[in-house]
Structures are given as C-alpha cells and as structure tokens.
Design a protein around this ligand. Structure first.
Ligand code: FES
Length: 350
C-alpha cells in the first residue's frame, strides 16, 4: 500500500517539474489561479485507524498530478452540494498519487459520512486544488504538534523537514492508540516522535515542548479547536511568527467587524469588467454569483480558503480564519465568503 510516507519509499516516478497533461487539468481562472479541477479515481482505500479511512487518488490515465507542497489540501467534490477539504498526507515527491485520510465524524455535516460510505476502489471523483494555506517555512528546527486527524498535514511536513536535514520533534495526541493514524510509520522515527494517547496519559503535556521559547524553532500545529487554543496560549511567550496552525473550524474569536467597516460598498471585478454593489448583510461571494460570476466556494465560513481572491485595490475587512495576521495586513488576498471592506471600493482580480 502506498501509505508509507518515508521519502525513499515514495520516490517520485515523475521528473521534477513535469508538465501536467494539457486538457486534463483545468485552471479555473476565477478566484485564484492556483485552483485546478481534476477527475481522479480512488486507486486504493485502506483503514488507517479506528474511524479513519485512507484514499489514494490517481489520474485514471496514469498521468502526473499537479505539484504541491507540504501543508496543502485538496477539495473533494463529493456531490454537487458537498465539497470538503482534506489535507494531503502522502509525499509531495510522488507525482502519481495523492493520499488523504478521513475521520468519520458521526455528528458532522455529512462529508466524512459520504466518504466512508460511498468512496471505494474505482470510484471517480472531482478534485479541486491543491492549495496551501499552511506552508512549511524554512527553519533549523520544527516542533510539530498534532491532535487526532490533524496528523495529516504534518506527515509531508515531517518528510520535508527530514529531507532538508532540519531538527524536528512531533508531539502526537489521540483519544487512544488505535485511533492514531500513521502510528506505525511514525514509530520508525524513534524518539523524534512522542505518542500521547489520552486514555493512557491524559491531556497533552504542551509544557514539555513549549515551555522554553526557542529562536531557532517554528511550531506547526493541527488538530481540534481545543488543542489549537491551548497551543496558542502556551506559545504566548514565543515570537509572534513562530506558531503556525491550521483550523478545521472557524476560530471562536473569529474577527469581528473592524472599526470603519462599511455596511455597503462597491466591488469592481477587473477581469469580468463589471461593478457590483454589495448590500448590508450580503456577502461579496453571494453578490458576485448573483451577477453571473461563478466563484468557487465551499465552507462559506472563512476557514477553507477555497474562495481566496486577489485584491488589486482597496482595503478589505478580513474576517476569515485562514490568512495569518501578516497575510491579512498585506491585503493581497481576501476570503470573499466572509470578509468585507473598509474602503468604498474594492478592486478584485475576478
Ligand atoms: Fe471557505 Fe470562503 S468558501 S474560505
């Protein structure tokens, strides 16, 4: 099974930088030019842990897939109405296959149930992306922290860190050992990985890895909201740029409207050549769609990054949970499902 994320075993079969077969990949041209739409086939399905299935996706014709980097995710278009994001957990060096791992969330909104019930070997599925809002920045040392299925984006990060010769450690928590995907692969890294099954050891001991602020270390964390909040607190004395997190849901303290946020404003769509007036209580995304601009979107909560849109002029009022504070301050992109405007006019590259 191609679930091993050891770099040597996941050697690329495709030369670095190979072109994707023309015509099979459609760059959307809307939102961000980094989005592609593919029809892939489930080449393998495997049980990775309690409640977690792994899917290996391949091009039905055996062609290479678009390049991606550690931390990226893809959109699985499960039905016309059901689009869900899953982190890629295979090797970025493997251009022939993408791996995702999906935890069954019985009280969720239906995406994971659909995957578990309906996707098996041979299933065809449309896939968008990959996109990366959780990129691995260069560092001499990494402290990775994963909770449950939050291990998925960390797997390719570990491969990257190891191949770059960086020092790294992973603190990996789960409800119990049997629920912790990739435990067998990670055990091969010896004491670089600390497993923390909650039923045996209690809550994750964050102080053991975060008490000392280190200038040479970046912290990457993915997991449930409770863990992310605890890690953010535990890193309060670290340099502001040291902590990188990826959320599954909107942050509880999701940005409120900024002072000066406008109830109504205009959006100039540079590519489409139209100007759309945004009403009070209406999202930019809805207004653009109502005016015939077919923007791609998924979560509608500012957490998935699907609707990321380049900003050419004007000042957005960012209300998403995707962009970092620095990225929001740069005002180069915005999530138009939730964010609004501080200036009377926004010019977007759509
Ligand atoms: Fe998910 Fe906008 S649709 S961030």
């Amino acid at each position: 099974m191609p679930w091993v994320t050891n770099a040597r075993e996941m050697q690329s079969e495709v030369a670095e930088g190979s072109d994707v077969v023309a015509g099979r990949v459609a760059v959307t041209g809307m939102g961000t030019a980094r989005q592609c739409a593919l029809e892939l086939v489930v080449a393998h399905r495997a049980d990775l842990a309690d409640g977690v299935v792994g899917l290996v996706l391949e091009d039905p014709a055996g062609g290479p897939l678009p390049e991606w980097t550690a931390g990226a995710h893809i959109d699985l278009e499960l039905t016309d109405e059901l689009v869900r994001q899953y982190s890629l957990c295979s090797s970025p060096d493997d251009r022939r296959r993408w791996g995702v791992a999906v935890l069954l969330e019985r009280d969720g909104r239906g995406g994971s149930r659909h995957v578990h019930r309906h996707l098996g070997q041979g299933s065809r599925i449309r896939v968008g992306g990959p996109r990366n809002h959780f990129p691995l920045q260069p560092a001499r040392r990494y402290q990775f922290i994963a909770g449950g299925i939050g291990i998925t984006p960390i797997m390719p990060m570990i491969e990257r860190a190891a191949s770059d010769g960086a020092d790294w450690h992973l603190l990996y928590g789960g409800r119990q050992r049997s629920s912790m995907a990739f435990a067998d692969v990670l055990a091969g890294y010896g004491d670089r990985v600390t497993f923390w099954p909650q039923d045996e050891l209690g809550m994750l001991d964050l102080d053991s890895v975060l008490a000392e602020s280190r200038d040479d270390t970046l912290v990457y964390c993915c997991g449930p909201e409770g863990l992310l909040g605890a890690v953010e607190q535990a890193c309060a004395h670290w340099p502001a740029s040291a902590l990188h997190v990826e959320r599954f849901s909107a942050r509880p303290d999701a940005p409120a409207p900024s002072e000066g946020a406008l109830d109504t404003f205009d959006v100039v769509c540079r590519k489409s050549g139209i100007t759309v007036s945004i009403r009070n209580g209406e999202s930019i995304l809805e207004a653009l769609r109502d005016n015939g601009i077919n923007m791609i979107a998924s979560c509608m909560e500012g957490i998935c990054g699907t609707c990321e849109t380049p900003v050419l002029e004007g000042t957005p009022d960012h209300r998403d949970s995707v962009l970092s504070a620095d990225e929001q301050a740069e005002n180069d992109y915005m999530m138009i499902c939730v964010s609004r405007s501080l200036s009377p006019t926004l010019v977007l590259d759509v």
